[in-house]
Design a protein around this ligand. Structure first.
Ligand code: ZN
Length: 70
């Protein structure tokens, strides 16, 4: 075992990948889905500085961006 564990759920795994956690912005209460508003330059998510190693399950479950190790 390498001793590495998923940074999200803590499960040991050999298929961990380096990812950057992303928090999706919650839509405003009462906002209807009207498609993308061209005047809204919000990306709709918030990047964090947290670089973690995630297992396949967490990569399927939670929003994230892949981090190129190179
Ligand atoms: Zn995990």
């Amino acid at each position: 075992m390498s001793g590495e564990a998923c940074g999200s759920c803590g499960r040991d795994g050999e298929d961990l990948e380096t990812v950057q956690r992303v928090y999706l912005d919650a839509p405003a209460p009462g906002a209807s889905e009207r498609g993308h508003d061209a005047t809204d330059d919000s990306p709709g998510y918030t990047l964090t500085d947290d670089i973690e190693q995630w297992c396949p399950t967490c990569r399927l479950t939670f929003p994230h961006l892949p981090v190129d190790p190179s």
